[in-house]
Design a protein around this ligand. Sequence first.
Ligand SMILES: Cc1cc2nc3c(=O)[nH]c(=O)nc-3n(C[C@H](O)[C@H](O)[C@H](O)COP(=O)(O)O)c2cc1C
Ligand SMILES: [Fe+2]
Ligand SMILES: [Fe+2]
Length: 413
Amino acid sequence: MKAVKIADKVFWIGANVHSEDLFEGIWPIPNGIALNSYVIKANKVAVIELVREWGGASMSFIESLRSLNLTLKDVDFIILNHLEPDHTGFAHILKSLSPKAKFVTTEKGAALLDGFYGIDENIMVVKSGDKVDLGENKSLEFIEIPHVHWPETMASYEEDSKILFSGDAFGAFGVHQGSIFDDQTPEVNKPYWEQEMLRYYANIIAMFSPNVIKAIDALAQFKINAIAPSHGLIWRGKPEVVIKKYSRYANYNKDFAEPEICVVWGSMYGNTEAMLNAILKGIASEGIYIHIHRVPNEEPSFILADAYKSAGLIIGAPTYEYSMFPPMKYLLELLQKKHMWHKKVIYFGSYGWSGGAQKDFNALSEHMNWDIIEQLVFKGHPTVQDLNKGEEIAKKFAQSILEIPSKIKDEDY
Ligand SMILES: Cc1cc2nc3c(=O)[nH]c(=O)nc-3n(C[C@H](O)[C@H](O)[C@H](O)COP(=O)(O)O)c2cc1C
Ligand SMILES: [Fe+2]
Ligand SMILES: [Fe+2]
């Protein structure tokens, strides 16, 4: 790959990876993922974020450096904003191939560098406000943003170009589609990036939303011309709008999210599905935005994105061996784990004799600040009365969700 210039002396040297592997061994990446890495080539050479060997990424990184007449030997600083192996998997190779390079990380990062790669020398430990001067008017300032996503996370700011290297924050799944920049991305492709950024957030970052809010506060003092995350697009069109968008994501689990409904359902023999149809009829009559997902047929990764942004959640699943239908139990566990809080919720499901799904639903929905509007539990096939009731409740539910103000409308994309 050839390096891509971002600003004077600042280049992208990352890799676009297509792989059958799941990201973090759990999240599907049908559109691949960009491992963004950057280099500042001034008197001193600083590499910011690395790649891991994955689908040729490390070779691509070396080739990109070579396109700038740089070799690994020339690297003075390796800035590790975040130690997760998608950005550091190549660190132990650099340790021997870049002998003069210093690894720059936070105190917690230094411990991880030792733990993951046995690297315990040539480390420069930094904290918020510390700077590295690269000469030729280039410097990097570090800002600790712990728990966005791991505890050691920091961001790096280059003052001359006013680029923020933000780590996972503002990142997205998906490979670049012809350009690394948002302002060179066709309008029609923007929803793809919005969805992949939201999915990355819901899958990876959502649990750390209070830390995202703190990080956005800590970064407010910097004038930002471009945000260069470790995945996805470089945001230089309207970075302030992207920050607003991220702040909106971070607030979704503090309050009701968007006036949309995410319906997640599973059914073995169609009894729960019969109620699903009545419920859908009820909500559709109100003209609300509905996302519908079936488990286990659909990947939780995509369901989490829609569930996270929806103020309304409807969960339909039957009893299976005295407890919740297993794929739904797993999904509820993920909703709990990812802090998908503050939702208005309906649960419905069929059982055969003594039930059990409802007990699991109640246990799993505890501590999520869910406003549980209704639980419709019925034996075998729902009766006509059951179905009418379901439709009626769903209609009122949709009306109550529509009263929630949209958080998107103020943003100018
Ligand atoms: C594999 C299996 C396990 C089940 N376990 C229970 C159970 O433990 N308790 C119960 O009340 N019903 C149990 N049922 C009955 C279902 O909950 C019931 O048939 C329900 O109507 C299924 O809804 P569905 O058609 O939406 O799949 C079980 C059914 C199956 C197929
Ligand atoms: Fe990460
Ligand atoms: Fe990452």
